[in-house]
Design a protein around this ligand. Structure first.
Ligand code: G3I
Length: 374
């Protein structure tokens, strides 16, 4: 009998153990475990989204991203997001002076050509960045002791060769980039010192001669008119553009760069006012080079991401609400490769796709505004 009792005890323990195991299996089947990191894009996820470029194209709007050749060559997720989500590609570095003319008179288009071919094969239009800039210059050019005539010839030759090479393939050029100093005077750079202020007029003239169809832009940072000192910059920008137009310089558009942080972002109203003022010049406008750093405040990450989404939404809405604002670009595709990683040394996550290619709240904000305005 005691043997039966012991056996009975054992079987009940066994049954209990089995039931507990079943319960555990049932609970784990019902529970969705959130992955800590998503190493690559879930293709289903991206299929369900209406891509930004589809939303943008409903109103003929340009939605762009700066891209570089490294990840285009090696990263399938990067390539796919870039071409699925954006209809405009901006060359982040490959069309800068030093890359295209590493030695005097020797042009190397191989890398830039590869990017242009990538974009064209995916029906993306190319925005060429940039013909004339104080940075990105070749060492041979910086080291030379040039006369005015020589500098005129060098600048003309560079613009003519590059723009002619891409005639019909590059839809718009940043002809002159960041010619204004923070104090709103003309920036002290090799072309200003050697040629004088007319280097700006001439650059546009030569670009027009090399490709009469390309849209020619002047691109500037801190030109969106928020904060006290930025008003100085936006006034200087307005005056510079007015002067160019009055002198008959072939200027088609202005780009306003947006490398900003959450600490002092421009407001919707402030930006819209600036855009309306610039619209009065009768030229096209694009919001260019946008990235919004999360900064180092003590706010939680979800809170910062929500703030970032709000600022992204405000900026694109201001552009969408002004008729002459024809495009909006991000300075990069994903937080994985942003240039900001290299300068602040801390994760600033300034873009709309995270390091694992997942769309962030900022992506949803951009999509929402595009949908509303379509
Ligand atoms: O590719 C070389 C690599 O081979 C080399 O080993 C390495 C060593 O420094 O340098 C690499 O090149 C760097 C390049 O970015 C690619 O990462 C350059 O040094 C670095 O100067 C370059 O920085 C770029 C910067 O412009 C200067 O050209 C940034 O990526 C680019 O995002 C930034 O973009 C500018 C816009 O053109 C104009 N407006 C402001 C914006 C941000 O500064």
């Amino acid at each position: 009998m005691s043997q039966n009792l012991a056996m009975g005890k054992h079987s009940s323990a066994l049954i209990l153990a089995l039931m507990a195991l079943l319960l555990l299996l049932f609970i784990s089947a019902c529970t969705t475990v959130e992955p800590q990191e998503t190493p690559s894009v879930d293709p289903q996820n991206s299929v369900e989204r209406v891509p930004l470029r589809v939303l943008a194209e409903r109103k003929g709007f340009g939605i762009g991203a700066a891209a570089t050749l490294g990840p285009i060559r090696k990263d399938e997720n990067y390539r796919r997001i870039l071409s699925e989500e954006f209809n405009q590609l901006v060359t982040e570095n490959e069309m800068k002076f030093q890359r295209l003319q590493p030695e005097q008179g020797r042009f190397d288009f191989s890398k830039a050509d590869e990017i242009v071919e990538f974009a064209r094969s995916r029906d993306m239009r190319v925005f060429g960045h940039t013909l004339v800039w104080q940075r990105g210059l070749a060492d041979w050019l910086k080291a030379g002791d040039w006369t005015r005539e020589e500098l005129l010839e060098l600048l003309h030759d560079h613009i003519d060769t590059v723009v002619s090479h891409y005639r019909g393939k590059v839809y718009a050029w940043d002809v002159v980039n960041e010619a204004l100093a923070p104090d709103a005077s003309l920036r002290d750079l090799i072309w200003l010192r050697g040629i004088g202020p007319e280097y700006i007029d001439l650059s546009f003239k030569w670009a027009r001669e090399a490709d009469p169809q390309a849209h020619l832009f002047y691109n500037e940072y801190d030109g969106s008119g928020w904060g006290k000192s930025a008003q100085l910059k936006v006034d200087a920008l307005y005056n510079l553009l007015t002067g160019l137009l009055e002198r008959g310089v072939p200027l088609d558009g202005v780009g306003l760069q947006m490398h900003i942080g959450l600490d002092k972002p421009p407001s919707y109203e402030g930006l819209k006012q600036t855009l309306e003022r610039l619209s009065g010049l009768g030229i096209e406008i694009q919001i260019t080079e946008t990235d919004i750093r999360l900064g180092n405040s003590s706010d939680s990450l979800p809170k910062k991401l929500a703030q970032q989404a709000k600022v992204y939404g405000d900026l694109i809405r201001a552009c969408l609400d002004v008729e002459r604002c024809s495009g909006f670009w991000f300075w990069g595709v994903t937080d994985r490769y942003t240039w900001v990683n290299g300068i602040t040394g801390t994760p600033e996550d300034p873009l709309i796709f995270d390091r694992f290619y997942q769309p962030k709240p900022a992506y949803d904000a951009i999509a929402r505004e595009l949908k509303k305005s379509a």
